[in-house]
Design a protein around this ligand. Structure first.
Ligand code: NAD
Ligand code: TDX
Length: 353
């Protein structure tokens, strides 16, 4: 079969990437979808068992930091589009070890840009390089207001600085070499398959195991939460309808103080687990604040709504319900990703290939 387009999705074994891969493989049987992923601790092919045998899907294990490998992969496959999600994504890890973030998020992104430039050779008809980024590049809101697409960059953590750097390179390649790029900056995602280092799955996992629930500082920090499948839908819309060179902010219009969202998760889980009301809340433990902890993120998503017609489809209560049910029904997944058994398994699976 010949395909109308070859699309490379990077980081497709991760949390958001796996939802994007699923959506594209199922919705576009006419596209050949390549999922390039290094399978770090955060990458998990068990997220994709439902699509792994599809005729329009191929997994490629590899590192976006490896220049020779990336350039050979592009030369061999001549991709028409790139949707770039591969990244080191956890703020606390970036505070412990910033270098990995600089390699993957900045050097890796520039490697991909160079490889795309190399195969497209100024013939950009129908080609797109889409970089999936975060609202954290805008820094922290202190006096109300919202991030818009024109808010100045003011990244505060090594993670957000590395994502800001990658955004700048993507735009610079558009400006300098005319590479057809798209960028989106999205707020906090939640949903099934999120690695349990992030707030919601960490709390869900600890509640299941009756372990302390670590709330940083006073729990007053505010985040805007979007259901991951809605983010994947936005990525689809931007990839197909976005105006080349433009940036789109994506948000859930759903702000929560950390302490309030943690208490809500406790309440929902007490009900589902048949525990006494207040039992999980008693596990909440205030711990040392994150260094340089951004106070508030909030997105003004007017542009994507008005220009591309996208808005979130799920109410938060519904999304949270689906998410909690998924973790309760997939405790083996949770145990695997936290025990390291999965990592060892895939190390063996792929070391010889
Ligand atoms: P994740 O950590 O769950 O997944 C990242 C994936 O990238 C993993 O599968 C990992 O194996 C892969 N990867 C890491 N380094 C690699 C490398 N050097 N080469 C190839 N693959 C590599 O992350 P996520 O939460 O799904 O985030 C995906 C993207 O979306 C990131 O770019 C992130 O900055 C952005 N984003 C995330 C959120 C959020 O709330 N999680 C919000 C906005 C934007
Ligand atoms: O144990 C915890 N206790 C706690 O209070 C953890 C893990 C987090 N927190 C707080 C820190 C944040 O204020 O909860 C909030 C959310 O934390 P994270 O889940 O680590 O997300 P955040 O730092 O907001 O970044 C996320 O959203 C933007 C993603 O991890 C990024 O990849 C994305 O770009």
């Amino acid at each position: 079969k010949t395909f109308s387009k070859k699309i490379l999705i990077t980081g497709g074994a991760g949390f958001i990437g796996s939802h994007v891969v699923r959506l594209f493989v199922n919705k576009y049987p006419d596209y050949m979808i390549y999922n390039l992923d290094k399978l770090t601790y955060a990458g998990n092919l068990a997220n994709l068992t439902d699509v792994e045998k599809a005729p329009n899907y191929k997994f490629v294990k590899g590192d976006i930091v490896d220049t020779g490998f990336i350039s050979a992969l592009f030369n061999e496959n001549k991709f028409d589009g790139v949707i770039h999600l591969a990244a080191e994504s956890h703020v606390d890890r970036s505070i412990e070890n910033p270098m990995e973030f600089i390699f993957t998020n900045i050097v890796g992104t520039v490697n991909l840009l160079n490889a795309a430039k190399g195969i497209w050779k100024d013939n950009y008809d129908g080609k797109v390089f889409y970089h999936v980024s975060t609202d954290e590049v805008y820094g922290s809101l202190h006096d109300g207001g919202f991030f818009t697409e024109t808010t100045s960059y003011d990244p505060q953590s090594p993670y957000s600085a590395s994502k800001a750097g990658s955004d700048h390179f993507v735009r610079a390649y558009h400006n300098t070499y005319k590479i057809p790029v798209l960028v989106s900056n999205c707020s906090n995602n939640y949903g099934q398959n999120q690695f349990p280092e992030k707030l919601l799955p960490l709390m869900i996992n600890n509640i299941i195991n009756k372990k302390p629930l670590p709330v940083y500082g006073k729990g007053e920090n505010v985040r805007d939460w979007l259901y991951v499948v809605d983010h994947a839908r936005a990525i689809d819309v931007i990839f197909h309808k976005g105006k080349i060179g433009e940036t789109y902010n994506i948000g859930g219009n759903n702000e929560w103080k950390n302490i309030d969202i943690v208490k809500l998760v406790c309440k929902v889980m007490d009900q589902k687990l048949g525990r006494a009301s207040g039992e999980s809340e008693s596990l909440i433990t205030y711990v040392k604040d994150r260094a340089g902890h951004d106070l508030r993120y909030a997105i003004d998503a007017t542009k994507i709504k008005q220009e591309l017609g996208w808005e979130p489809s799920l109410q938060f209560e519904e999304g949270l319900n689906i998410t909690v049910d998924w973790y309760l029904n997939n405790q083996e997944w949770l145990e695997n990703v936290t025990s390291g058994a999965y990592q060892n398994y895939y190390q063996l699976q792929y070391s010889s290939k």
